[in-house]
Design a protein around this ligand. Sequence first.
Ligand code: 3BY
Ligand code: FES
Ligand code: FE
Length: 417
Amino acid sequence: MLNRFASPLSSLLDARADGHSLPAGLYTRDDVFEADLDVFFMRHWIYVGLECEVPEAGDAVVIDIGKISVILLRDDENEIRVVRNVCRHRGARILDAGPTVVSKLVCPYHQWTYELDGALSYAPHMGKDFDKSCRSLKPVQFKSIGGLIYICLADEAPKDIETLDEVMRERLAPYDLRNAKVAHQVDVIEEGNWKLTMENNRECYHCSANHPELCVSFVDLDFGFDPESLSAEDREQAEAHFAMYAERTKAWEADGFPSATVEQVRDCETNFRTQRLIIAGAGESQTEDATAASSKLLGKMTRKDLGDTHLWGHNSWNHFMGDHAVTAMVIPLSADKTLVRTKWLVHKDAVEGVDYDLHKLTHVWIETTNQDADLVARSQAGVSDPAYEPGPYSRFSERALDDFATWYIDRMRAHGY
Ligand code: 3BY
Ligand code: FES
Ligand code: FE
């Protein structure tokens, strides 16, 4: 419903107070949803999938982002391509969302046919002099960072993706994600704004009360804590943890595994953070008992004690461990609905029931994702209530949310909102 009394979007951006969550309208309004799609999903680099989802020529995955649909595929030369899913005849969608295998891309409407590199090769009824060469499917800029596919739908793509590439290329190399496979995939539609989804993921303040399964392996101290609120005993433990963390990081680095935290979260276009986290308990993997779920390790990994290479961007979070990886992509569907697509990766030759047990592999993140979906729905309901007013972030455990909200406002401004 059009609200004639709604304040302009820019006044919502002005109203955001440092250190506080966002004004309600930024989580609830349809015009903000449209602006968010425009700025953060059309003009920034977004994570959309993996090279290993299309291992062979003709493998394709269609991903919808707002009104846009793209096809990630592998062509006959074994090259990755990303093209727009819009026929160059009268615009029909060529493929439906999801994975498929094709020998050519044939539009169902009038059978215009495109090669796997996007070139139009067959256009019946168009006459002999019809020039097919200028009717290829539109290409989409993409970058594969260690096998993770990022696309940018704008003509001018942010250049600081290079930092992400430089940092992650080396960190991801041992996991050899190009030779992994998706063992399982789950789509959850969260009843909340995408920014609540991202905020929720950037803190572990909520973890101990909400994620019993994750907490077996995830050390939430690494996500910040309030030293003043700890008892002397807990403080001692926290100090011991950080001393161990520093030592472990040094040892990993000395063994040739970059581990230190690198972040680009403010005053930048491409937002990311990475660090190698300690895994608690048995120390191997994010499973119910923190031991590896797959006996065949990823890529060139020979050790299970290399922690969790954690990477987040503004529409993704990822955990790369010795035996498997979990990767999540976030796509807004409306102001109050967000798709979270989670994939579990194992070595491409790992066999279910032999090398890994699917329940053990997926249990922790299935539970965690559902628990987070509840929390996001709860947040959305609350911020939609007129009683909501932006609340203060913890300067200890929610610093990353302040970074995110500040980056969000800055990027909106940079794009003229
Ligand atoms: O998956 C994640 O990255 C985050 C980190 C802290 C809580 N959450 C599970
Ligand atoms: Fe695709 Fe006509 S719209 S062939
Ligand atoms: Fe969570």
